[in-house]
Design a protein around this ligand. Structure first.
Ligand code: FAD
Length: 629
């Protein structure tokens, strides 16, 4: 039986859910197809959301109306702010999840969303036809229909593909090799053939996961305990408070004996004996990778993370591996606290098809086939948050195009999602890409604390926020404006406030507006507002965001000016023989990156991950001097 939809999304993982929800929120008749209903919000690897660079993406997804932030607030069992002692640009939230609670939360959002139908099925392929343009020219490729194994043909106006690790997935554990999308799931091979038949270039990538250990066989008494934050800072602007019981994590580590076992098993490792040919994630490497690459290190930390309130499983973060089962057993036995540990499932690696993201527009539409979008792991990324960010952008753009509206394109200067998509489509990947704060050259502007104020206006313009989300943003924005006004108009007086200043050891010589007083590193705005009996009128996001803006006013202004200057220099050519070694003040690491990438213009250099506006300015000044000479 043939049916129809405006938008069809393949894959119920983090990318697929955000894509389908965005399409449906924009009012389109949307179908989400996935191999199993259990796929919705399934965490294939570690049960955690957020982390450095990833926490920022999660908050951006939330500010764009997505579900990831709300779901982790409902399913989190340990929330922490990473880098809390460092500067605001590199602070990031991370939460350990109860897998089942997280999945149930995502499923709840999907099943209650208007305009959205979920189908448990396999997509076998898609059809295209020629498209007559207004000027009588013909585009040969526009998506028209999708074929499902059980539900037959569905005609569509747009298609988003988010198949993760499933296309021609091959799993490796030592000498054992089998086909699968991830452990326990079949691969999706027919769709891979369909993509090839439409001329989409595919290449292979690899990722891996560690064993899962039975909690009641671990000796926690030998391990270092790690608690989460109290109070908890929720991910979503829609969550007021999280009061659920929080679970601790435990720390252990590898040791000399473990490293010897790994070295002795090198010939049996699919990574090193040629069995796995594709590249894995450099920044989330397997334990065998770490032992061989950092051979001088005698130990690597392992975080033992509980998988949920009612789960007897623990995820040993840090020992992802594809070594044979018997070697994995020996390794685990030799780790402190795990001497008698029993394994529920052994670690493995998966190789899968990915597309070349350089063949995508910034909207994530495929350049050669209209109406075809890609998001998530298939675009060469690794990680739930990266997948969710792309999914939202792909789904929103597919819908906005059908509606004849302006696309959603986030720039590098306004979001981490923009940084990621720009990196993917301009540089492509040769190993799974994961986000870090160092990839964002404007990270001081892209802080977690100002996400709502940066992103919600864009989301509202596109129509992505529901009424309650819009109201929440408007409320927070008016708090922000009010507090800014108070900080500008209220004076901290050396006479009127003398007693309080003394009690708090603030040495103040002249009275000054609160906004200037807060610039001092020893002043915390929340404490001042407490003293003024104003704290309860403002959300903590608002207070932290404004405090950061006051404290870093000079830097932020300079960064804005740099962005403007760099924009103007974008087309300036860099000669092939440009000598980066002669640039004084440029970090060695950045020199190496530039020498390797050989950018042809300032615009190209700008897109190399980690290249800062300051570095670009140095190059531009040198080019100008050389021209003048
Ligand atoms: P997925 O979450 O993989 O979802 C893909 C979905 O597509 C599935 O639901 C599947 O059923 C569906 N699907 C596929 N083909 C079809 C079809 N033809 N028809 C219908 N449905 C289809 N990330 C990290 O950050 N760190 C790690 O260490 C890490 N290790 C990993 C290890 C393993 C073994 C795996 C499998 C993943 C790992 N990841 C890791 C990656 C993380 O799980 C993914 O990046 C993230 O889940 C990708 O989300 P996605 O939505 O793109 O795809």
């Amino acid at each position: 039986m043939e049916s129809n939809a405006d938008l069809l999304v393949i894959g119920g993982g983090h990318a697929g859910v955000e894509a389908a929800m965005a399409g449906a929120r924009l009012g389109l008749k949307t179908i989400l197809v996935s191999l199993k209903k259990d796929d919705l919000g399934k965490m294939s690897c570690n049960p955690a959301i957020g982390g450095l660079g990833k926490g920022q993406i999660t908050r951006e997804v939330d500010a764009l109306g997505g579900v990831m932030g709300r779901a982790i607030d409902k399913g989190g069992i340990q929330f922490r702010t990473l880098n809390s002692s460092k500067g605001p640009a590199v602070r990031a939230s991370r939460a350990q999840a109860d897998r089942e609670l997280y999945h149930k939360a995502v499923e709840g959002f999907v099943t209650s969303q208007n305009n959205l139908t979920f189908l448990e099925d396999e997509v076998l392929g898609f059809e295209t036809s020629s498209d007559n343009n207004n000027d009588n020219s013909v585009d040969n490729n526009i998506v028209t229909a999708v074929t499902l194994k059980k539900h037959g043909k569905i005609t569509v106006k747009a298609l988003v593909i988010t198949t993760g690790t499933f296309l021609r997935g091959i799993l490796h554990r030592g000498e054992t090799i089998w086909e699968g999308g991830r452990v326990g799931d079949a691969p999706a091979n027919a769709l891979s053939d369909s993509l090839k038949s439409h001329g989409v270039n595919l290449f292979r990538l690899k990722t891996g996961t560690p064993a899962r250990i039975k909690k009641d066989t671990i000796d926690f008494s030998k391990l270092t305990i790690q608690y989460g934050d109290n109070p908890i800072n929720p991910f979503s602007m829609m969550t007021e408070k999280i009061e659920r019981e929080q679970l601790p994590c435990y720390l252990t580590s590898t040791n000399k004996k473990v490293h010897e076992l790994i070295k002795a098993a090198k010939e049996r490792s699919p990574l090193f004996n040629g069995q796995i040919k594709s590249r894995g994630p450099r920044y989330c490497p397997s334990i065998e990778d770490k032992v061989f690459r950092f051979s001088d290190k005698e130990s690597h930390t392992i975080f033992l993370e509980p998988e949920g309130y009612n789960s007897n499983l623990v995820y040993p973060n840090g020992i992802s591996t594809s070594l044979p089962e018997d070697v994995q057993r020996e390794i685990i036995k030799n780790i402190e606290g795990l001497e008698n540990a029993e394994v529920e499932t052994f670690g493995y690696a998966v190789e899968y098809d990915a597309i070349d993201a350089k063949e995508l527009y910034p909207t994530l539409e495929y350049k050669n086939i209209k109406g075809l979008y890609f998001a998530g792991q298939i675009n060469g990324t690794s990680g739930y948050e990266e997948a969710a960010g792309q999914g939202l952008v792909a789904g929103a753009n597919a819908a906005l195009k059908i509606l004849g509206k302006e696309p959603l394109i986030l720039s590098r200067a306004e979001s981490y999602i923009g940084v990621m998509i720009d990196d993917l489509i301009t540089l492509g990947v040769d190993e799974p890409y994961r986000m870090f704060s160092s990839r964002a050259e404007h990270r001081l502007m892209l802080r977690e604390d100002n996400t709502i104020f940066r992103i919600c206006p864009i989301a509202i313009k596109c129509g992505l926020l529901e009424n309650d989300q819009k109201e929440k943003f408007e409320n927070l924005k008016s708090q922000y404006d009010k507090l800014k006004e108070i900080c500008t108009e209220t004076k901290i007086s050396i006479t009127k406030d003398e007693k309080w200043l003394k009690e708090n050891n603030y040495d103040l010589k002249v009275s000054m507006p609160l906004k200037d007083f807060v610039k001092r590193s020893d002043v915390i705005l929340e404490n001042v507002l407490n003293y003024l009996n104003l704290k309860d009128n403002f959300h903590s996001f608002v207070i932290i965001s404004l405090e950061t803006e006051f404290k870093f006013e000079g830097y932020l202004l300079r960064e804005e000016q740099e962005i403007e200057r760099v924009k103007k220099m974008e087309n300036t050519k860099i000669p092939d023989d440009f000598n980066y070694d002669e640039l004084k003040g440029l970090r060695i690491e950045l020199k190496e990156k530039l020498k390797k990438a050989k950018p042809i213009s300032i615009g190209h250099a700008m897109r190399i991950p980690g290249i800062t506006p300051a570095a670009l300015s140095l190059i531009a000044i040198r080019l100008k001097n050389e021209r003048n000479q």
